[in-house]
Design a binder for this molecule. Sequence first.
Ligand SMILES: [Zn+2]
Length: 98
Amino acid sequence: MAKIHGSVYLLVGLLVSFLSWKLNYEKLMFFFYIGLIFVFIGVIKLITGLMKKKNNEVDAHKKHGKMPQAHRQVKYCHQCGSALSPHHRFCSRCGARI
Ligand SMILES: [Zn+2]
């Protein structure tokens, strides 16, 4: 689906329904309701957009907190628990064999 901002739907809907109401409500009733539907879609889009934004922010925070070393493979020393790169044979802190 094309990315159209919710406020665009809202404005177009308001315009269409307002114009059809102003010009000839009886004849353009169909357009009036189309406009209302557009307004409705716009409102929904704006609300869901806001919610998504919040969720994304939360996700970003979670990711930051969970893995500080990006997604590189990391081994942990079973002696002292320090993080080591996988190509290390011995722990760089306590010297234990990995
Ligand atoms: Zn160690």
